[in-house]
Design a protein around this ligand. Structure first.
Ligand code: ARG
Length: 589
């Protein structure tokens, strides 16, 4: 296992060397290398440099070219336009680099980050006793992809599922359960997720109705909140039943999403109860928070309401209750002080951005966040219906996540069934692939647009075989697997001595970029960049497949082996990339 230096960085280094040899006065100027349509790479750095040195860019570029000697790497280099360098690599260099990647097992030559840290990631945080909706889908899907991507770069990742398991609504729920003790019993054994949720829903509606209509029940519910907060044992035990029942439901949804959530990582709002008082005391003592109209508040110069008055972050309410902010501030103390995080990442709806801005600023003033610790909200946009409005059912209700997932799987199963003729899949296989394709499609649609943007939930588009979908990518992968199976005795092997066809070069150069794209996508919290990379890889493969026959009798054995080698590395890169996004790559479709 050895990391592989990408062709781009090798070329970059060579040109940088040539630059400083030819123009010692340039210092360490960057060649600013990028992929190009004209040649393999283009270097634009000499333009800025010429400006700085007040020289003629074309003339400087020519000097750099003469200082460059790398015949094994560079086949052709020419000065073009106002002073760009167009660089074409040797076919040998491409194949040899890819061969080194292929020899590096699962990592495909991708190096670890130089200075990995510890990221605590807050994602997949539904609310107890409530149905999960599309917003919860985004946090779960984007968060899970970030976990995988960061871990692949060598980062230590600690997951935190900050579920909404605390608050005044539990007074009402628990009181109702005390008065109707059999409402959460499971007739006939342990509940499945669906039953658990329908029990909770029924209970929620019934207790709400009573709460709104019966003043005495309302009063008893309020007392129950006090008992809960005081840690009364019977009350806590009933609260725990709500949490457990909800977890049965959450886990069933995560399971349907093909996502692993581990119980010790579920540290909900209630997990910080013991810290709330101290958090408030510290804020008050340090003067970061002040009393205002009976509440403990933090003020910000740049946060004002429509009337121009400041809008504070309320850490303790007038009635003495702690809210969402006190919990999040305590969680920061725990994650930085206890878990030694160097980065706090929150995968949360953009509509909570003001909350996090205020929470982070407060933590900074209190000294809980320092320059060594970075806090970032990976804010995501809203999921819209086909009409471009926030996604609702026809009746105007929020769409249940489970219904959406079921429908996606159903549609995908139909697609797989229709296409499966040649693959000869059994009914069981069709069902299994239907799940992998349907759930993959939902995840991919979410991950392939930049998180900050709203996107339309359009199942027709998501499960389409054409265009930028996971289905297209999965079919490309399955097609490669089928070729590899058909190859029989012919085995993939790199032949650096062979010239490459244009489609082979394009595919090869893209394969070589995997590690760089991944590093960029992980560091910037941008899974859509990885998604775009994989899609382009599948497209380049399709072009290669159309233009370069792999298993043709007319091909010499080395050509077959080398093309199989490209097929194999493409498949492994697609599989790895999809896995990082939480998407399966079935071997047959
Ligand atoms: N449970 C919240 C919701 O459903 C999300 C929690 C986000 N995380 C946090 N640390 N506040 O909107």
């Amino acid at each position: 296992m050895a990391p592989v230096t990408s062709l781009a960085s090798t070329v970059d280094q060579r040109i940088a060397d040539a630059l400083s040899a030819a123009l010692p006065e340039a210092g360490s100027a960057s060649p600013l290398l990028r992929r190009s349509d004209r040649a393999d790479f283009q270097a634009n750095g000499i333009l800025a440099l010429a400006k700085r040195l007040k020289g003629n860019p074309r003339e400087l570029a020519t000097r750099v070219v003469s200082a460059l000697t790398a015949p094994e790497l560079i086949a052709d280099i020419e000065v073009s336009g106002p002073g760009f360098l167009n660089i074409t690599l040797t076919d040998r260099a491409i194949t040899e680099t890819l061969a080194a990647r292929a020899a590096d097992g699962e990592r495909l030559g991708v190096p670890y980050a130089e200075r990995p840290g510890t990221t605590v990631i807050d994602y997949a945080q539904p609310n107890v006793a409530k149905e999960m909706h599309v917003g919860h889908l985004r946090s779960a899907v984007i968060g899970a992809a970030m976990v995988e991507m960061l871990e692949f770069t060598g980062e230590k990742v600690i997951r935190r599922h900050h579920i909404g398991d605390w608050g005044t609504q539990f007074g009402m729920l628990i009181q109702y359960l005390i008065e109707h003790p059999h409402e959460l019993d499971h007739r006939g054994g342990s509940a499945d997720g669906e039953t658990a949720m329908s029990n909770l829903n029924r209970l929620y509606k019934a207790s709400r109705a009573l709460f709104d209509s019966d003043e005495e029940f309302k009063a008893r519910s309020r007392d129950r909140v006090v008992a809960l907060q005081a840690g009364d044992e019977q009350t806590l035990a009933l609260w725990q039943r709500f949490v457990d029942e909800s977890k049965i439901y959450f886990y069933s949804v995560f399971d349907q999403l093909d996502m692993e959530i581990h119980d010790p990582d579920v540290v909900g709002e209630s997990g910080y109860n013991d810290m709330l008082e101290e958090t408030c005391r510290l804020l008050e003592e340090s003067g970061v928070a002040v009393r205002s109209e009976g509440a403990l508040c933090v003020f910000f110069d740049d946060v004002k309401g429509p009337d121009g008055n400041p809008v504070p972050l309320i850490v303790k309410k007038t009635n003495g209750g702690y809210g969402y902010a006190a919990t999040d501030l305590s969680a920061i103390r725990d994650r930085v002080g206890g878990l030694a995080a160097s980065t706090l990442l929150y995968v949360v709806d953009a509509r909570q951005s003001l909350h996090f801005k205020m929470v982070f600023e407060t933590a900074r003033r209190a000294g809980w966040l320092s320059d060594e610790v970075k806090a970032v909200q990976l804010a995501f946009g809203t999921v819209l219906g086909k009409d471009g409005k926030p996604f609702k059912t026809r009746e105007g209700e929020t769409v249940r996540l489970v219904d959406l997932l079921d429908e996606a799987v159903e549609r995908a199963t139909a697609v797989v069934r229709e296409k499966s003729g040649k693959a000869g899949l059994s009914e069981d296989e069709i069902a299994e692939r239907g799940k992998q394709v349907g759930i993959g499609a939902v995840k991919y649609a979410d991950l392939s647009t930049s998180a900050a943007r709203d996107y339309k939930f359009d199942l027709d588009q998501m499960v389409s075989l054409h265009g930028d979908t996971s289905v297209y990518i999965q079919y490309a992968y399955a097609r490669i697997q089928s070729i590899l199976r058909k190859a029989g005795d012919a085995t993939p092997a790199a032949h650096p001595e062979l010239p490459l066809a244009p489609a082979e070069r394009a595919l090869g150069l893209h394969l070589d970029q995997f590690g760089e794209i991944l590093a960029e996508a992980a560091a910037g919290y941008e899974p859509h960049k990885l998604a775009a990379y994989i899609y382009q890889l599948a497209s380049l493969y399709t072009t290669f497949y159309d233009q370069c026959h792999v298993l043709s009798d007319d091909n010499p054995a080395e050509v077959v082996a080398n093309r199989l080698f490209l097929c194999d590395l493409t498949a492994r890169t697609i599989e790895r990339g999809l896995a990082l996004l939480g998407i399966r790559a079935p071997e047959r479709l």
